[in-house]
Ligand binder design. Structure first.
Ligand code: CA
Length: 389
């Protein structure tokens, strides 16, 4: 079964309101879906991390750089393809956009392999360690409005996400240390005691500010403090982890086994958050997962993007071995976008129904059952939201 064509579908629409994280506000939702076709009629789907103009540049890498390297190759030889592509792109980037582009292609090749075998991806990996996956809802994005208004908005939104049944909620910070602490306090008030919430800084802080916020947030008892400092600042991560009570999490901006080796050996993470649509796809994710577990670092996948990314991560979370195991084992969670996202809600021929499942099943979702990813995008939806040919 040979690869005959690779297509990037970059989709976009205008959001009903501006949303923000510590680095920027944005008005458009973007998604980058990859389609790999074969001469036996089996088509695979994948997704690349990266919004806006990054997605358009990644489309160029997928179609103009990777496609010519792999046309005519055996679609089932995904590890051979991964290494051919990586080795040929290595001189031009071992991290970032080349890896994001390769990720979408690799995920699509796993979808093809599953369809050829008649097995869901979690079975291809080795089986489901759990039949249901717990889900946390992220929301509480920044808005271009004054702090008082944002503080009351965050409290209200945290309450609403909890009421939808999610196991935990995650908020953004990024206004500056003092205002961020007001936001953190309001989210704790919104969810009440004995409920998990997490704080995501998207690497906004200096190490000194991260210590200030990290110590002051202790009285509100968040579960983790995500990307407190720049991903390059491995010493900062290690110092924060050694001193703060809250779990330090991160890793969404790290790539492939070599980047992750350095990150894990620096001992700065309590919880690792690999992004399968960026770090090199499912093939490389499995190697990174093994590295994380070799360092006894628990993993909660970073999830961003469309229903293709959500489905991919459901398979990976199901197939993740318990670490360290036990009668009541530590459980990973699926990260889920509670903001306006038509690329989750409306993309698929059969919806994953995450929100309905979360509400009905105590914050958990079951696994896709079909072969491969077990999900298919609607052609007419791809056509109507495509922003670049
Ligand atoms: Ca994050």
């Amino acid at each position: 079964m040979k690869i005959t064509r690779i297509t990037s579908h970059v989709l976009g629409y205008d959001l009903p309101e501006s949303l923000g994280y510590s680095q920027q506000y944005y008005n458009k939702r973007t998604s980058h879906i990859v389609e790999v076709e074969t001469d036996e009629g089996i088509t695979g789907w994948g997704e690349c991390f990266g919004a806006g103009n990054i997605a358009l540049a990644n489309k160029g890498i997928v179609e103009k750089v990777i496609q010519p390297m792999v046309l005519g190759m055996q679609a089932l030889d995904r590890d051979v393809i991964w290494h051919k592509v990586y080795n040929l792109m290595r001189d031009h980037g071992q991290k970032g956009m080349p890896l994001q582009a390769l990720s979408g292609v690799d995920i699509a090749l796993w979808d093809i392999a599953g369809k050829a075998a008649g097995l869901p991806i979690y079975k291809m990996i080795g089986g489901a360690h759990r039949e249901k996956v717990e889900v946390y809802g992220y929301g509480m994005m920044l808005r271009p409005e004054n702090v008082d208004s944002l503080v009351s908005r965050f409290m209200d939104e945290a309450t609403k996400i909890k009421e939808k049944g999610f196991k935990a909620v995650k908020m953004k910070v990024g206004l500056g240390p003092k205002d961020d602490l007001r936001l953190i306090e309001s989210v704790r008030r919104g969810v009440g005691d004995n409920y998990r919430f997490m704080v995501d800084a998207n690497h906004a802080y200096t190490t000194h500010d991260a210590f200030y916020v990290g110590r002051a947030m202790e009285e509100f008892d968040p579960y983790w403090f995500e990307e407190p400092v720049a991903p390059e600042d491995l010493d900062g991560y290690r110092e924060l982890r050694a001193s703060l009570k809250v779990n330090i999490s991160g890793g969404e901006a790290e790539f492939n086994r070599w980047g992750w080796r350095n990150l894990l050996e620096s001992r700065g993470l309590d919880i690792a958050q690999p992004e399968v649509c960026a770090l090199g796809g499912i093939s490389e994710y499995l190697r990174v997962l093994a590295l994380c577990h070799a360092h006894f670092t628990p993993v909660v996948n970073h999830v961003w993007g469309s229903a293709i990314a959500v489905a991919t991560n459901l398979h990976l979370l199901a197939a993740m071995p318990p670490l360290p195991g036990g009668l009541f084992p530590w459980e990973p969670m699926l990260e889920y976008d509670t903001t306006h996202n038509r690329f989750i809600d409306d993309l698929l021929t059969e919806s994953l129904e995450i929100k309905n499942q979360v509400k009905a099943n105590n914050g958990t979702v079951s696994l896709p059952t079909g072969p491969g990813l077990g999900v298919t995008p609607k052609r007419d939806f791809l056509d109507s939201f495509r922003i670049c040919d």
